[in-house]
Design a protein around this ligand. Sequence first.
Ligand code: MG
Length: 259
Amino acid sequence: MKKKMFFIGSCSLFLFSCAVAQPKGKPEDTEVYTPVPKVVTPGKIAFETPPSDAVVLFDGKNLDEWVLTSDPSKPATWTVNDGVLTVNKAAGNIETKRSFGNYQLHIEWRIPATITGKNQARGNSGVFLASIGKGDAGYELQVLDSYQNDTYVNGMAGSIYKQHVPLANPARKPGEWQSYDVAWTAPTFNDDGSVKSPARVTVFFNGVLVQNDVALLGPTQYIGKPSYSIKHGAAPIKLQAHGDPSEPISFRNIWIRPL
Ligand code: MG
């Protein structure tokens, strides 16, 4: 029985990785380059302390609320120093211990002032608004240096990766702290696994509206069209350790208000 279950598990994992690894087409097929969102200089925003009912996910001290995505039984081994959380690319993605349905999320991030690289290989990370499996499975709000860094516009900072282009580009210079404020409505599913209501998201980037209650077509797909192929409930928030060779980015002041 054990053996059989193992077989079924490996088989479905195998099928899943097949579906992810070998979809039809090329990554370039789903890249969008125009129109380019207008550049907006954001206003000054002070460090925002969490409201009284927030669940604080990172307060600058430790990663007690986080685990490794590759093995949630293990602590998140990214670097905490001086109140700042920095990506450890070797450790891979990290995600929250807790799962969330609908919520309001605040998160701040900083591209290193010394960042190198270009296009998608310049400070690439991401906030997965719901993590629904290992690796990059989930719904990605892209994090990238988008200050004078051209790339496909549905892959710039503030985009819902390869689904929704941001309404504007309020990116700050590398070295400066930036913020995302997100209102997330989780998708719901019918008993047969089909989607009942799609995920919806509103995003403010440095206080500027960049996603206005957009509906998602499904979890993020690097290649091919997204669709709701996996029925899921409440899910962790996940941060991306992207494999690009540029210097790792940092996060701070992460809090969430479940709705
Ligand atoms: Mg990313």
